[in-house]
Design a binder for this molecule. Structure first.
Ligand code: ACO
Length: 429
């Protein structure tokens, strides 16, 4: 043990080995503490708990740094495509041109989805939330590929599941969208790039061809890149913990989709636009809503503001803010939500309450605005986030299984009743 921290409890001293990462982040290892001392650590919400040692994504919330496999997010968003970034996250290196060509071809080959999936889709009422539909369909893939249940499959076979997920999730998303609208499903078009193909499957009509605007495809590609991974966030930790029981990759990703659904996580982008619409319906008084957000007795929060780890600025939000300006100008959309968003942003950035608490617009604030402008229905926003986060979930699942991590199983401090006598029902008051 080269360097360690000392913990003194009841006159005993426990040595906790210090672990240092490649970016000089330090933590101490408490994994043997309970064995040695009977003590556990308590950290509700895992605000200061390192659950793993990972080499996928580095982020520094204070400095506003986000890097995938060492590459700054700004450069990846500027120079790479989403599939290139997916390759980087999952396989560890940026692909050379042959590798990228082969990877794209592999994904294209698997974009078709079994026709029976449509039967499952038809069972959902048209008002079903698309996140619930997507997580169900992701789990349903297990039924079509039962060999994925074997936790000891060869790396090649795991790779096939990875490819299938990347290839089929956009098709399933587009099909569930057309199905909910009562429109015939569009099949994948292998002549198109990943994102353009997805947009075409979403919006093409039997009566009207959808021509993919490269600016729109580029904006969507960037949104996917910026969402592709974010180290041990709520949904990723969920994927890792579900996978740690040796649950298959489809089921683990489905659990991630469910975790992402919550309004405090991936559901926030939908809530941003709903909040803006609510402000408009209530007369457009942004000050009133800022005051509500500041009132400790009011549960209302400004959606799209604040972040658990970014306490300075969210680098993804900086990139998307520029992209939002570009897309609004290009598409010439001038909807009242965008005006209210600007007012809210300006007012909150000047307000002491938000400054003191380091609450800045996060990625969801601008991604919601962009997606609204390009015609993605609001309830599908978290679904878009899921497509973006897919490579991250896969990479993190793969890393967890490759490292053969133990099953995730936190402890607790019990604060309920101590033992008490059982009362028969006739004696209960
Ligand atoms: N509006 C108003 N006040 C806020 C907001 C907000 N959006 N966010 C935090 N605060 C306040 C809290 O009330 C608290 O104030 P207090 O110190 O006076 O009690 C303080 O700021 C700290 O808030 P916490 O909830 O402790 O911060 P935490 O790090 O746990 O939460 C979170 C982060 C969940 C993102 C929070 O800022 C929030 O609810 N934001 C709105 C939802 C949202 O946009 N989520 C998307 C996150 S990005 C993503 O998942 C991709």
């Amino acid at each position: 043990m080269s360097e360690y921290a000392e913990l003194k409890v009841d006159g005993n001293v426990y040595k906790l080995p210090i672990i240092e990462g490649t970016e000089q982040e330090r933590g101490f290892d408490i994994s043997k503490l309970r064995e040695e001392s009977g003590l556990i650590t308590v950290d509700t919400g895992y605000k200061n708990t390192g659950s793993t040692q990972s080499s996928i994504t580095f982020l520094d919330g204070e400095k506003g740094i986000l890097r995938y496999r060492g590459y700054p997010i700004e450069q990846l968003a500027d120079k790479s495509t989403f599939l290139e970034v997916a390759f980087l996250l999952i396989y560890g290196e940026l692909p050379n041109s042959q590798e990228l060509y082969a990877f794209k071809a592999r994904v294209k080959k698997h974009q078709l989805v079994h026709e029976d999936m449509k039967q499952i889709m038809l069972g959902f009422p048209s008002k079903a939330h698309p996140m619930g539909v997507l997580s169900s369909l992701a789990t349903a893939l297990t039924a079509f590929y039962p060999e994925s249940l074997d936790p000891n499959r060869s790396a090649d076979k795991v790779d096939l599941t990875i490819t299938r997920l990347l290839a089929k999730i956009p098709t399933l998303v587009a099909w569930s969208y057309t199905n909910a609208r009562g429109i015939r499903a569009n099949y994948p078009d292998n002549s198109l790039e990943y994102v353009s193909n997805f947009l075409k499957m979403m919006f093409n009509l039997p009566t009207e061809d959808y021509d993919v605007d490269p600016i729109v495809a580029d904006a969507m590609d960037k949104i996917f890149i910026l969402h592709a991974d974010h180290e041990q966030n709520c949904s990723t930790s969920t994927v890792r913990i579900v996978g740690s029981s040796h649950a298959n990759l489809y089921a683990s990703v489905a659990a991630g989709i469910n975790a992402l659904w919550g309004p405090l996580h991936g559901g926030a982008n939908q809530k941003v636009i709903e909040m803006l619409q609510n402000i408009i319906t209530n007369g457009g008084d942004t000050k009133k809503f800022i005051d509500k957000a500041k009132d400790p007795n009011d549960p209302f929060r400004l959606m799209g503001f604040g972040h658990r780890v970014y306490k300075n600025f969210d680098p993804r939000a900086e990139i998307l803010k520029k992209q939002a300006d570009k897309i609004l100008e290009r598409l010439g959309v001038n909807e009242p939500e965008f005006e209210v968003a600007k007012q809210l942003e300006e007012a909150a950035l000047k307000d002491e309450y938000f400054i003191e608490r380091k609450l800045y617009p996060n990625v969801d604030f601008y991604s919601g605005i962009i997606m609204k402008a390009i015609g993605i229905p609001i309830e599908m926003f978290p679904v878009m986030f899921s497509i973006g986060r897919l490579p991250g979930w896969i990479a993190q699942w793969k890393e967890m299984r490759t490292h053969n991590e133990p099953i995730g199983r936190p402890r607790q401090i019990y604060v309920g009743h101590t033992q008490r006598p059982y009362e028969s029902i006739s004696n209960r008051s």
